[in-house]
Design a protein around this ligand. Structure first.
Ligand code: GDD
Ligand code: MN
Length: 358
């Protein structure tokens, strides 16, 4: 049997003073007997580098710390710096708060050594995985929604990734171009996966609770993430939105014309809605999802699925609107606007992942 691949474990840290000794201890135990190093890429202000150097003294493998005076690019920038400074080509990125169990390091490496993968990701969402460490139901819901939206935006590149936002993954840096990475914020794996064609494998992970300290994920990280996504995927989304907006205008115009002709307004509304749904479908086929038609189901099936979905969605939006107005006491205009924005995302996800599923 071939010797296992040598590996650098890259650990980005921002004020993890109380966690790093345990990270070193559990990682060295997990990697015992392998050619490996741990590389901390640190942007802390709490003396984390000193804690690392202390832990390095009696560690069984080389432990280095790269402290950045100018923490460009936050977490993502730290990972890219780590990829550049690593002693080995095969790198594993792992959080420094023990939410990522170091015991999984060996499983990631073993999967890589089986061959056929450039990236091996530790997933919270495949059999045996677990995301309990996310904490609140709200964070869990947000994480799932963000994952679905992201997969909808990159249905091909992310086809084999159940958890493209995980921060625990192995990557063979010879297969990527670090200079092309423009990480911003937390979603470095996503950036790596969408920028080049890589073979992805996954192993299940139980995402633990933080050992010490608090998460650095903030509301601002959330908005940074949305900006990051739209920058990566501006074309498809904006086209989809544009067609949706055109549809809304057409809807009103048809309604107006029909009522002018004396058609009762309920019938006018129904005809206008259905005509818009069909028109939108034709435009989406031609302009938004043209590259995905091949390999998806046949045209009549695509049409039927899209048509059924849009009708259900239109029917569901009314009671949801009523709920927002009555229970949350929103104004009806605000509620309508919110429901339209939400509908936009849900529709995009559904079309990308279901109607045009490969
Ligand atoms: N060097 C550096 N610079 N490290 C950072 C920075 C930074 O600006 N911000 C955070 N880190 C480090 C933290 O010290 C920790 O080791 C790791 O990156 C993850 O940060 P947390 O603050 O613990 O993030 P989280 O637990 O909320 O998010 C984790 O889970 C997400 C999925 O739910 C991360 O793994 C994310 O990458 C992942 O998307
Ligand atoms: Mn964490």
């Amino acid at each position: 049997m071939r010797a296992p691949t040598a590996v650098t474990v890259i650990v980005p840290t921002f004020n993890e003073r109380d966690n790093v000794a345990e990270v070193v201890r559990r990682s060295s135990a997990a990697l015992a007997g392998l050619e490996a190093e741990i590389l901390f890429v640190d942007d802390s202000t709490d003396g984390t580098p000193d804690a690392v150097r202390e832990a390095a003294v009696d560690a069984e493998l080389p432990v280095r710390v790269l402290h950045r005076e100018r923490p460009d690019g936050g977490l993502g920038g730290a990972v890219v710096a780590g990829l550049g400074a690593a002693s080995h080509d095969v790198c594993i990125v792992m959080d420094g708060d023990l939410q990522h169990p170091p015991e999984l390091l060996r499983a990631l490496l073993e999967r890589y050594d089986e061959g056929g993968a450039d990236v091996v990701a530790a997933s919270r969402y495949i059999g045996g995985g677990d995301s309990a460490g996310l904490g609140t139901a709200v964070r869990f819901g947000l994480s799932r929604a963000a994952t679905l939206l992201t997969k909808a935006m990159f249905p091909k590149r992310l086809a084999r990734s159940s958890d493209p936002m995980t921060g625990f993954f192995l990557v063979d840096r010879r297969r990527i171009d670090p200079a092309a990475l423009k990480p911003n914020g937390f979603k470095i794996l996503l950036e790596i996966l969408v920028r080049s064609e890589l073979r992805v494998a996954e192993v299940p992970m139980a995402f633990a609770a933080r050992l010490h300290g608090t998460s650095k994920a903030t509301f601002r990280q959330g908005t940074t993430f949305l900006m990051h996504l739209s920058r990566l995927r501006f074309g498809k989304m904006s086209l989809f939105a544009l067609i949706g907006a055109l549809g809304a205008v057409a809807n009103l115009a048809i309604m107006w014309a029909l009522t002018e002709l004396g058609v009762p307004y309920v019938w006018a509304a129904i005809v206008a809605a259905e005509a818009t749904i069909i028109g939108n479908f034709v435009l989406q086929e031609r302009f938004v999802f043209a590259d995905m038609r091949e390999g998806a189901s046949r045209l009549p099936v695509r049409f039927a699925t899209s048509f059924a979905f849009n009708n259900v969605e239109a029917a569901v939006r009314i009671p949801v609107l009523a709920f927002m107005v009555e229970t949350w006491h929103l104004s009806s205009i605000l509620a309508a606007a919110l429901s339209l924005v939400a509908a936009f995302f849900v529709r995009f996800v559904f079309h990308s992942l279901v109607v045009y599923a490969p």
